[in-house]
Design a protein around this ligand. Structure first.
Ligand code: ADP
Length: 375
């Protein structure tokens, strides 16, 4: 049996592919210690897609970069916790071991394709290298595999275009080349950091579709990082909502959308570009700004921006706790929030609009263009 068969068979199996336990990633700066990730725990099962959502600065990227062992040190450091990938703790792995895993068993799609493509090298050279390094292929085998992957990600004339330089590709095509590169070695885990932000809306929809297809074809586990809950609707099995370096809420995706239990998640849902009655409605951003992560904190970090906050919220940090089956929230008033959202017609309409946006097939491009105009 090939390893691919093993991976596919492992889908839904009991042992998670990745387990992050109480991860703390800090940066020592002149202004104090920035606790970018402050005690985050989550897991990714085999074949599962997990969405990590939160506003800019909430620690989503730092968390994923920690998994890859790419935190610049100094000023960064893993101050605590474990990252268990297929049984091995990556926090304790040597650089040589991490190099064997990166780009091979765990790949990353960055926001900017040029951060993983070298502008001075032909695409062919950049695609062959991981195949020769990790899979021991010769040049001929590598060319064949690379052309096949370029075709799979939708690059027309891949056999010829493979010998071009990155600047000869459009932005959307460069993104596809980067995705091809990330998938070449058939990673077990693909981490996509805001995979669509830099792209126009038509290409955004195509790229998300592509990640969905590849996940289905290869049984790859996927982590999608985004500030926009709408991006992971219809894509993620589970969602982790991050704020100020912490997990605020985590549940099955449908529960996060239909029965959010944290006021911050409700705020994020209200700020998703949405469509109602055929036109785009204005976004409702969450008022205020996230706290400075280098300041000493007391109480819930969201309390200063939260309409539900009481004096207890300002003084005592709520731990992440189960509020429903496989549904955890770090909020003292989670049950009340949960109940209010569950019965709210406004909330039901909002979710229907988000799902409509995610599922709309026939006019995805037009629909997304409309959303972008209103954004
Ligand atoms: P997100 O991905 O959610 O937008 P990040 O993970 O990029 O957020 O950042 C989390 C926090 O870590 C931010 O406050 C950011 O300023 C801080 N941070 C990230 N990298 C560094 C660094 N090299 N030095 C100091 N602080 C950093």
């Amino acid at each position: 049996m090939s390893s691919q068969d093993n991976k596919t068979n492992g889908r839904g199996g009991e042992d998670p592919l990745l387990e992050v336990r109480d991860l703390k990633t800090y940066f020592d700066t002149d202004n104090g210690t920035v606790r970018a990730v402050d005690g985050v725990s989550f897991e990714v099962r085999r074949g599962e897609c997990v969405g990590v959502v939160g506003e800019s600065g909430s620690g989503k990227s730092v968390c994923q970069i920690s998994i890859l062992g790419l935190i610049p040190s100094p000023p960064g450091r893993i101050a605590g916790g474990e990252i268990i990938f297929d049984g091995d703790n990556l926090v304790e792995a040597s650089e040589a071991d991490l190099r064997k895993i990166r780009g091979n068993r765990i790949s990353m799609i960055w926001q900017d394709p040029m951060s993983s493509l070298n502008p001075f090298l032909k695409i062919s050279k950049q695609l062959f290298e991981p195949l020769q390094l990790h899979k021991g292929m010769n040049e001929e085998q590598a060319r064949e595999a690379a052309v096949e992957m370029l075709q799979k990600v939708g690059i027309p004339g891949a056999a010829k275009r493979i010998d071009q330089y990155p600047h000869q590709f459009s932005g959307g095509m460069r993104q596809r080349v980067m995705i091809a590169m990330a998938l070449l070695c058939q990673p077990e885990l693909l981490i996509a950091d805001e995979p669509t932000t830099a792209l126009d809306v038509t290409i955004q929809a195509q790229i998300l579709e592509l990640i969905r297809d590849l996940r289905r074809d290869f049984g790859t586990s996927v982590i999608v990082i985004t500030h926009d809950l709408g991006v992971v609707a219809g894509m993620a099995d589970r969602i982790i909502v991050m704020y100020s370096g912490r997990v605020m809420e985590t549940a099955q995706a449908t529960d996060v959308f239909h029965r959010p239990a944290h006021p911050y998640t409700v705020g994020l849902l209200k700020s998703v570009p949405r469509l109602d009655r055929g036109r785009t409605e204005r976004l409702i951003p969450i008022e205020g700004n996230p706290p400075d992560p280098s300041q000493e904190r007391k109480g819930c970090p969201f309390a200063p921006r939260c309409g539900w906050a009481t004096s207890k919220c300002h003084n005592e940090m709520p731990e992440l706790r189960e509020v429903d089956d496989e549904h955890l929230a770090a909020c003292w008033r989670a049950e009340e929030v949960f109940g209010a959202e569950l019965g709210s017609r406004a909330s039901a309409r909002r979710v229907a609009a988000i799902e409509k946006r995610a599922e709309s097939e026939e006019i995805t491009d037009d629909v997304l263009a409309e959303v972008a105009e209103g954004a």
